[in-house]
Design a protein around this ligand. Structure first.
Ligand code: NAD
Length: 340
């Protein structure tokens, strides 16, 4: 059977992770083209996976050898490339967020809906993480009873840029937790509020206005609440813990290493250094599922609609954090393409 030809747009950290998963772990696909405005990165990643270097990302999408596209360029370029992939009738795995504004995300939804076929999968890979997926399985089994609350704790080792404002924490990092809240509760967000904790004035290595912690409260349709927090600078490593509080039982994703050690006065377990190692299995499962779906001409997992909803909630949270108030979300009817 011939392999699926994949084009990768953006040869930074995430593009390289995806390109290598395909080249080294997924037999049914191969990387045929890599594009990045940074010539050194483009060349290094293209050479490492035996793909052609392409300078214009749009040429990757139109390349007849490219049957499916991975979009791993910066956030502000996602919507344009996702729409170009839809117009070319090629399935894409578009890294989160789908867009930087809800209007741009809606434009992707509209382009896809006009074609009548799902071609965009958004890189909310926690749906493919064993812990998160097991929570959904438990919830659906009825063992937890009614979902009362979801908690998501998202801990980064250090700021990923010097000026990490509350807006950036919400739109770039907490957007994962927003999607988790929607799929763990199984309903939409109806209202939000948020507060942040700034770094102290003059803190080393951060710009004025940078925050070190953001906590959000999402009121969900049906009455449950989702409590999300992002710690920007734990100083010790990376963790994500998700919990469903049910009326009959509470379940939480397990963390740490396969082995725990008890030593003098302490119990020791591993903590990931950062997201690539914490979620390495989830990325592989995500890309494998995407390739399998793309071989059939479609996509699976988080949809453009999910991406749009996450952008809408993120915008509301940015507004709520800035005003200190409670912001309500509009009730939207889900287009036919995304139902069921
Ligand atoms: N799913 C996840 O867990 C996860 C984790 C990290 C990053 N991301 C997302 O992946 C994307 C890439 O993040 P990253 O950490 O790899 O960033 P990065 O900065 O390491 O890489 C981005 C690359 O895109 C290139 N680029 C810049 N403008 C471009 C354009 N217009 N077209 C094509 N390429 C362009 C840059 O030269 C760079 O090589 C971001 O959208 C980010 O939010 C997702």
């Amino acid at each position: 059977m011939s392999q699926l030809g994949v084009g990768v747009i953006g040869a930074g950290m995430m593009g390289e992770v995806h390109a290598h998963l395909i080249a080294e772990r997924i037999g049914s696909a191969r990387v045929v083209a890599v594009s990045d405005p940074d010539g050194d990165r483009r060349r290094r990643v293209a050479e490492s996976v035996g793909a052609a270097e392409v300078s214009d990302p749009l040429d990757v999408i139109s390349d007849p050898e490219v049957q499916a596209v991975i979009i791993a360029s910066p956030d502000q370029s996602h919507a344009e490339y996702a729409i170009a992939s839809v117009h070319a009738n090629k399935p894409c795995l578009c890294e989160k967020p789908l867009a930087t504004t809800a209007d741009d995300a809606r434009a992707v939804v509209e382009a896809e809906s006009a074609g009548g076929r799902r071609l965009v999968q958004v890189g909310f890979m926690r749906e493919f993480d064993e812990g998160h997926a097991s929570l959904v399985t438990l919830r659906d089994s009825g063992a937890l009873g009614e979902v009362v609350a979801v908690r998501s704790t998202h801990i980064n080792p250090a700021p990923w840029a010097p000026g990490v404002s509350a807006e950036r924490v919400i739109t770039q990092s907490m957007i994962h937790d927003i999607h988790s809240a929607r799929f763990l509760v199984g309903s939409e967000v109806i209202a939000v509020s948020a507060v942040s904790v700034p770094f102290g004035d003059g803190a080393e290595g951060v710009d004025e206005g940078a925050v070190r912690f953001v906590t959000a409260r999402l009121e969900m349709a049906g009455g449950a609440v989702a409590l999300l927090d992002v710690n920007v600078a734990s100083s010790y490593g990376y963790r994500v813990v998700a919990e469903i509080v049910g009326s009959e039982a509470t379940a939480r994703s397990a963390e740490g290493s396969a082995v725990e050690m008890w030593t003098s006065g302490a119990m020791v377990s591993a903590v990931s250094a950062n997201w690539p190692d914490h979620f390495s299995a989830a990325y592989l499962t995500e890309v494998s599922a995407w390739v399998q779906a793309a071989c059939g001409g479609g996509v699976t997992g988080p949809s453009a609609w999910d991406g749009y909803m996450a952008n809408l909630v993120a915008s509301a949270l940015v507004e709520a954090e800035a005003s200190g108030g409670r912001v309500e979300l509009p009730t939207l009817s889900v287009p036919a393409l995304y139902r069921g």
